[in-house]
Design a protein around this ligand. Structure first.
Ligand SMILES: Nc1ncnc2c1ncn2[C@@H]1O[C@H](COP(=O)(O)OP(=O)(O)OP(=O)(O)O)[C@@H](O)[C@H]1O
Ligand SMILES: [Mg+2]
Length: 1093
């Protein structure tokens, strides 16, 4: 096999096929081959559509770490190799999105890995869901319930060293927010016969060996703990140790689990006392004297009596005799009947089993109490039962266990094969029926009540008429079964019992004990005995009221399991089901051991071939039209908020709008059927992205609101800086602060000079004056630590020769600013003084800039930023090669109007400007929503120079250095920045008209600032003079597509585009994420947002 790799996950080798729907030949051999290939390559998981096949590796696989938990979270099934985490994630997300309860049915034979799978699911859910400390506590209980229930409910069998001897359905309950805040366990028929006898090479329940190995010396003494061979209930099989199991360590874990679950220390002791008490009970043996049983050694009565808190004599009496009701001539009388040795042993065992089973139920209840929540919301149910099993000798318990498995197979068939096919017929979908074996016939053989009565009914009838001692009942049963179902195809007689042809194979059941175990009554004598215990805890396990008359037939074990199984089916049918089919590759429990015939057998009886065939021809997803419409309404304007017209047409409209291939779906009568999950995921992804975009818009609006409030406050603070020092401009004193006037989010060419996540406090285009007082544009950026001045230059060499590029002209550490000087007049000049040379700048937003700068300066240096106000400002110019740096002077004079007039004279620049508002002016509170004055006029009046006007050069000729404006890479301005500008503009226009009636201070001084400034991003990108326009880059030849929808890239490696924009197609990926080039940027985008041209 060549080394192929998974097409999406890195470094994951491809082995066979991930999803057996893709097998080229659908035969059982091909399935087995594929599973084997993968198993040998250490891939235990494989899909058949949404069904997960899991092959027990019998070794720890490396792919169950936090890394995988992260990898599978929120990922589509096809994105990663098959995994139980993918299934778990799918359930969790389904539950949250659809607000529907989910369940997972884990099936497979004993030792196939069901319990391990269930634990992985619980672990995953607990990891990915959030939660408060209360939720954390519930999670702890969910996780800790496993070691506790395994200690009391699991045992070593020949098939599995940790075989579940009970079934459980664990519902993890969630809040609407997806936090696991509760839970409920339903347990099924514990195999309690194990308490008193075990087959060869098997053990009793783990807890016994744990207690013996792990108890402290003091506990050992008080509980009478000896070595295991001392106890009759442990020494029959001669097996005490299990490979790979540390009973002593497990004991500590069990005790810890009890602690977490909230079982009080007192109750914990009682639990252990019962366990030890049962062991000692088993050592009471009987001898027969004249047909009457006698306790062989009465000494042995003392310890169990002590541990169970009962009287030893009473115990002896109840074990060897029984009260019987007899009727004589219409009178009912109670007489004491003595028991023979067999009956006494049976009574002892009945007591031991009852104690154990009730203790087990108590533990389940304790866990349930600890996880209980007042009302149920959402849930994920995990079904982990005992697997189908065949032993040398199969008794009543195996019959029940296999019956439950038969029922589960039935659900699987009902939901995946039968219901699916019936639905296609009902909906009028084109379909070729697939044949499969429906095991309903076996379920009926076991559980039907009448015509003919099934095995369980016959069994109950025999038990109802059975003599109290039950002799000969089993033989009667066999005869009656023969008469009732003897001719059934799935039933045979056999000399010691009967054979059932189960879905998973033929099993011969030994008839001995069927009636007794089915009757499952605990004689009143024993209940009374336990109710006489001096221990509250034990008494609470026997709450029956013996004084009330019992009516009707006592319920039997088989009727109980039948009811439980059917209740379970009903519960499961109410949820969205998921399936894990576990396969056991060998009986040696060794890694990499593949027993072909065993696997093939399982593949056959699990119906995997039929499963693949139905899946292959079938549809992964179906939804009634209106639910589908509701779910994806957001995708198009026509469907949002609701579609006007026929639902079916709406669905078709949606499907077309996402360009779904017509072979990917079929329209039924009331439902849409989508073939592959991938197609659905595209829809889902688009939906999520839409929501995400809306969320961003809301978030942005909110941020803007918060920012505005902040800036209002800042504006007032900023004013304080100039208060009493500088005259203010009428049209800007009430201006709101925006901070970023350049739309930096969309300006990678500027951002490149900043550190990766450097925050931007302020960004604007300013005028910078050189030694000859020539003005030039610079982008001034203030971050918490630095000031950047960015200019543009024509590249003189290199591949970008001739192009205009951004260049970092100056970077100043804020801490290195010695002083900022300003005039006392209303102009916009300021000088940043630094050790080497100073920068003379002019900015309309100087107040905002200075206020932010002084804040940052103070944060960094813990000193106040030095500001000086003078009408004669000196500034040091940069040292040039041939001479030392000299200084220049700027003189401010009283002139006319609000616009500064500049006059150049050698080393002095004279700035004249009319009088502004008094130095003691403050912003008025009413001006909150006012736009930033000045810029609007610049906007309205077209693209003016933007630099201050020189009196000698007011012909608006453009200085040469300004020919930089259009970045060659971009053909259109970033939409976001435009949006910002756009909304500021409308906002301003609205407020202007409002405010004219409010306060003269708020009325912008029309036309002035606009004459001086050119700041908007659109102006920066105004077309340059033809001579300097770079030649258009040739379009790379190749396929192209047109955007059907706007797409806003969500990640650094994605591109954004507008509707109708043309994209050069670089690569089409089957994942749906294509690569393309837009406006010079290459990146990923969803393929279904575009159409190829
Ligand atoms: N995914 C797995 N990774 C490693 N070992 C596993 C895995 N699944 C199962 N095993 C091994 O197989 C043993 C049996 O698995 P498990 O107890 O889950 O079987 P089961 O299907 O629950 O059987 P039963 O019906 O008897 O309860 C485990 O104790 C473990 O040693
Ligand atoms: Mg199990």
């Amino acid at each position: 096999m060549g080394s192929k790799y998974h097409w999406q996950s890195q470094n994951v080798k491809q082995s066979g096929v991930d999803d057996m729907v893709l097998l080229s030949k659908i035969t059982e051999d091909a399935i087995v081959d594929n599973l084997k290939k993968r198993f040998m390559d250490d891939y235990i998981f494989t899909y058949i559509g949404s069904v997960l096949i899991s092959v027990n590796p019998f070794k720890q696989m490396p792919y169950f770490t936090d890394r995988e938990i992260e990898l599978y979270q929120g990922a589509a099934q096809y994105e990663n190799p098959p995994h139980i985490y993918a299934l778990s994630d799918n359930m969790y997300r389904n539950m949250m999105i659809e607000v529907e309860n989910q369940c997972v049915i884990i099936s497979g034979e004993s030792g196939a890995g069901k319990t391990v799978a269930a634990k992985y699911i619980m672990g995953y859910i607990s990891k990915v869901s959030g939660g408060s400390s209360k939720v954390q506590h519930v999670k702890d209980i969910i996780l800790q319930s496993n070691p506790l229930l395994e200690a009391f409910g699991n045992a070593k069998t020949v098939r599995n060293n940790n075989s579940s001897r009970f079934g459980k359905y664990f519902e993890i309950q969630f809040s609407r927010g997806g936090e696991p805040d509760g839970g409920k366990i339903s347990n099924f028929l514990l195999e309690k016969s194990r308490v008193v006898s075990q087959n060869e090479n098997e053990r009793n329940f783990h807890i016994y060996y744990q207690l013996i190995e792990g108890a402290s010396p003091q506990q050992k003494e008080s509980l009478g703990i000896m070595t295991p061979d001392y106890y009759n209930y442990l020494n029959q099989s001669g097996t005490y140790k299990v490979d790979g199991t540390n009973d002593c360590k497990d004991f500590q874990e069990t005790m810890e689990a009890m602690q977490v679950i909230g079982i009080s220390p007192g109750c914990q002791i009682q639990v252990l006392q019962i366990i030890a008490g049962i062991l000692h009970l088993g050592n009471i043996i009987f001898t027969e004297q004249g047909n009457y049983a006698q306790v062989d050694s009465t000494d042995l009565l003392a310890f169990p009596a002590y541990l169970l808190g009962i009287d030893a004599n009473r115990l002896q009496e109840k074990l060897t005799s029984r009260k019987m009701d007899s009727k004589w001539g219409g009178k009912s009388e109670s007489i004491n009947v003595t028991l023979n040795e067999e009956q006494a042993s049976h009574t002892r065992d009945a007591l031991a089993k009852a104690l154990y089973a009730r203790l087990f139920d108590y533990l389940v209840e304790a866990i349930n109490k600890a996880m209980q929540k007042p009302h149920e919301e959402l849930s994920i149910g995990v079904l982990d039962i005992y697997g189908f099993e065949i032993f040398q000798k199969n008794g009543f318990e195996q019959f029940c266990i296999n019956f439950v498995n038969e029922k589960l197979q039935q659900i699987f068939i009902e939901l995946t094969l039968k219901a699916e096919q019936e639905e296609y017929v009902q909906e009028g979908i084109k379909w070729t029926p697939i044949e499969y074996f429906n095991n309903k016939v076996v379920c009926d053989l076991i559980e039907t009540k009448l015509n003919p009565p099934g095995i369980m009914s016959v069994l109950d009838d025999v038990c109802a008429t059975m003599h109290a001692k039950g002799e000969g009942a089993d033989d009667t049963l066999l005869q009656k079964l023969s008469a009732a179902v003897g001719t059934h195809d799935h039933f045979n007689n056999w000399n010691s019992g009967f054979v059932i042809h189960h879905y998973a194979g033929k099993v011969s059941y030994d008839i001995i004990g069927f009636c007794e175990r089915n009757r499952d009554v605990l004689f009143n004598d024993l209940i009374e005995l336990m109710q006489s215990s001096e221990q509250d805890f034990i008494r609470s396990l026997f709450p029956e009221n013996l004084n009330t008359e019992k009516k009707g037939r006592p319920s039997t074990a088989s009727s109980k399991i039948k009811k439980q199984a059917n209740d379970l089916v009903n519960t499961l049918m109410k949820c969205t089901p998921h399936y894990i089919r576990c396969i056991k590759p060998n009986e040696t429990k060794r890694a990499k051991d593949w027993e072909e015939s065993r696997v093939k057998h399982q593949v056959e009886y699990l119906g995997l071939r039929e499963n693949i065939r139905v899946r292959r021809a079938g549809f992964a997803y179906r939804r009634v039209f209106n639910k589908f419409l509701q779910r994806y309404a957001i995708l198009t304007a026509e469907t949002w908020p609701c579609w006007r017209g026929q639902e079916k047409d709406g669905v078709l409209h949606l499907l077309r709008s996402v360009n779904m291939d017509s072979d990917q779906y079929q329209m039924g009568r009331a439902k849409i059927f989508v073939k592959n999950p991938e197609s659905l995921f595209l829809l889902e992804e688009m939906r999520e992205r839409k929501f995400d975009t809306f969320a961003r818009i809301i978030q942005k609006a909110w941020k803007k609101y918060i920012a505005r409030r902040k800036y209002e406050q800042m504006r007032e603070e900023a004013s304080d800086i100039l208060y009493n020092f500088k005259e203010r401009r009428r049209n800007s004193i009430n201006r709101n602060f925006v901070g970023d006037y350049l739309g930096m989010e969309e300006r990678p060419e500027l951002r490149q000079f900043l550190a990766k996540r450097e925050r931007i406090d302020f960004a604007d285009s300013v005028n910078k004056f050189d030694r000859r007082f020539k003005s030039i544009k610079r982008d001034l950026i203030l971050t918490p630590k630095c000031i950047y001045l960015i200019g543009r230059e024509k590249m003189k060499k290199g591949p970008e020769k001739g192009q205009i590029k951004e260049v970092l002209k100056r970077k100043l550490d804020i801490g290195s600013i010695r002083l900022v000087s300003l005039s006392t007049r209303q102009d916009d000049f300021f000088i940043l003084h630094e050790a080497q040379y100073d920068s003379l700048l002019e900015s309309m937003f100087k107040t905002e800039f200075l206020s932010l700068l002084s804040k940052r300066y103070e944060e960094l240096t813990r000193n106040k930023l030095a500001l000086s106000f003078n009408d004669r400002l000196e500034f040091k110019v940069k040292k040039e090669g041939w001479g030392g740096g000299s200084s220049r002077l700027v003189v401010f004079l009283c002139g006319q109007g609000d616009m500064a007039q500049l006059k150049l004279g050698g080393k002095t620049l004279t700035v004249s400007v009319g009088n502004g508002l008094p130095k003691s002016s403050k912003p008025t509170r009413k001006g909150f929503s006012q736009g930033h004055g000045g810029r609007s006029q610049a906007h309205q009046q077209g693209h003016l120079n933007g630099a201050a006007q020189f009196s000698r050069g007011h012909n608006m000729s453009r200085p040469k250095e300004q020919m930089y404006s259009i970045p060659t890479r971009q053909t259109r301005p970033p939409t976001k920045a435009l949006q910002i500008r756009g909304c500021q503009k409308t906002q301003r226009n609205q407020t202007q008209s409002q405010e004219s009636s409010l306060d003269f201070l708020n009325v912008p001084d029309q036309g002035m600032s606009g004459m001086q400034r050119k700041k908007s991003i659109s102006q920066q990108r105004a077309p340059p003079a033809p001579s300097s326009r770079p030649k258009p880059q040739p379009r790379p030849p190749g396929p192209r597509c047109r955007a059907l929808y706007q797409y806003v890239g969500q990640d650094a490696d994605e591109v954004s585009f507008e509707v109708n924009e043309i994209i050069d197609l670089v690569k089409e990926d089957p994942s749906g994420w294509w690569t393309g080039r837009v406006r010079g940027k290459e990146g990923l985008f969803p393929g279904n947002y575009v159409e190829k041209i």
